[in-house]
Design a protein around this ligand. Sequence first.
Ligand code: AMP
Ligand code: ZN
Length: 136
Amino acid sequence: MEDCIFCKIVQGKIPAVKVYEDAHAIGFLDIMPANKGHCLVAPKKHSQALTDMGDKDLAATILAAKKIAKAISLGLGNAGFNIVMNNGKEAGQVVNHAHIHIIPRFQKDRLRIKWSHLKYEDNEIKEYAEKIKKFI
Ligand code: AMP
Ligand code: ZN
């Protein structure tokens, strides 16, 4: 993908502060972090979203995320962490190369990753399950 900034990072054409690399995945610091130490993990092969990724790339990427999350936690003072993946512009994805955010969390940091809760009416929860199950 010619215009993809994360492909350019993978190819070494633009700089990134890397923390991890293997044959299929790469981990680097987000330049505009939600908390300091916020990392991104991406497959080396371009895919737009989670659902476009091959199983091998997906497995390598999630295993890399686990390694990096552990290192974030240990390296930044037993921090907690949130794992976030934005898929599609409706979900806030800006860079169209699939990536997982690992955001370190600290006691009393100011970050809020919370949503308000809706309620299902009557049988609605089952109807939603059916809509989803049709495509499993
Ligand atoms: P998303 O909204 O999930 O697509 O997030 C894209 C993330 O990529 C944002 O948090 C940006 O701060 C980050 N980002 C954009 N360009 C770069 C870059 N060149 N190096 C590191 N992180 C970047
Ligand atoms: Zn790409």
